[in-house]
Design a protein around this ligand. Sequence first.
Ligand code: ATP
Ligand code: MG
Ligand code: FE
Length: 347
Amino acid sequence: RIIMGIESSCDETGVGLVRLHDDGTVELLADEVASSVEQHARFGGVVPEVASRAHLEAMVPTTERAFEKAGLALSDVDAIAVTAGPGLAGALLVGVSAAKAYATALDVPLYGVNHLAGHIAVDTLQHGPLPAPCLALLVSGGHTQLLRVDDIASGITELGSTVDDAAGEAYDKVARVLGLPYPGGPPIDKAAKNGDPAAIAFPRGMTGPRDAKNDFSFSGLKTSVARWVEGATRRGEEIPVDDVAASFQEAVADVLTMKAVRAAKEQGIGTIVISGGVAANSRLSSLAAERCAAAGIELRVPRPRLCTDNGAMIAALGAHVVAAKLPTTPLDFSANPALPVNVVSLS
Ligand code: ATP
Ligand code: MG
Ligand code: FE
C-alpha cells in the first residue's frame, strides 16, 4: 500500500511517499521539502503569516515533485496522513486543507497525525521497525521531551519535558548572540568543531538533586551564554565564537544524553531513539553513542535529512497507523496547534 504524508506545521512544506509492505516494514519512495526558512532568517524566527503563504504556494508543486521522484501517480495512493498538530495554526491549516481535498478527490482514507510522533516514526524508514518499548529523546525547535514508546501508532507516554526553552530554541537564541545565522543549529554545530568544549563551564540546567529527573531547562544556559558574551564585549575582548559554541553545545549534549540514558536504565529500556531537528547535531549523537555503548543501550539516530521537518516522517507514521488498523480521521476535523504528544492520530 502507498501512503502519502503531508507536513506543514512550521516553515517546511513536506510531501513524502512510502510503501507499507505486508510484513509491516515501511519503504521510503519520495521525500520532497520546500522551506521558507530564508524568508524568516532576517527576523531571527519563523513569521507565521509568511510561513502560511509559503505553504500555500509550495503545496501543489512539492506534491507534484514527490510523485515525479517516486514514479507514481496520485491514483496510486491508498491512504493520506497529514500533520494535525502541534504547530502554527495557519501553517497547519494549509496542509490539512490540502490533505482533505486530496483524500476526497481520490476517495482514500485520511489520518490526521501528530508531528512529534512523526519525528520518531521517521527512524523506521532508516533502521526498520522500532523495538517495543523504546525511549525517545525528542529534541526539536519547539519541543524537548523524554518519551516512553510502547507502540509508535498508539502508545506514547511523556516521562518529562523542558520547563522553559526547547533545545533547538536555545541553539537559535545562542546563535543570535554569537552573530551566527538562523536557524542556529547548523552554524553552531560547525563552529563548535573548531572550538574547545571545555573552554567555558556553562551550567547544566535541572541537574540538581531536587530537580525533576526527566525534565529539562535551557533558558538559564542561554542567559549564561548571553552574559558571558556581554562581559567579554564590555571588556573589549574579541569573542571566541568557536569556543563559546563548543562549550554551549557540550552543555546541551551532556544534559540530554545523561538524562536519556538514566531514564532508559530506570525504565529497563534497551533502545534510545533521538529525533527532531536537534538530533542532527553531531556532538549530541557522538556523546549519546559513547554513553549508550557504556550502558549497553542500543542507539538509533536518523540521518540529518530525516531529523528536520519533512513529509516522509508523516507518511511513515501514517503507514504505522494504517498497519495498526486504527480508525480513520473524519473529514471535518480541525488542526490542533497544541496537540499533545500522546495523541498519535485523531479519530
Ligand atoms: P517542533 O518539531 O517542535 O514542532 P520544529 O519542527 O520547528 O519544531 P525541527 O524542524 O524538528 O523543529 O527542528 C528545527 C530545530 O533544529 C531548529 O531549532 C534548529 O536550530 C535545530 N537544528 C537543526 N540542525 C541542527 C544541528 N546540527 N545542531 C543543533 N540543532 C540543530
Ligand atoms: Mg523548520
Ligand atoms: Fe518538527
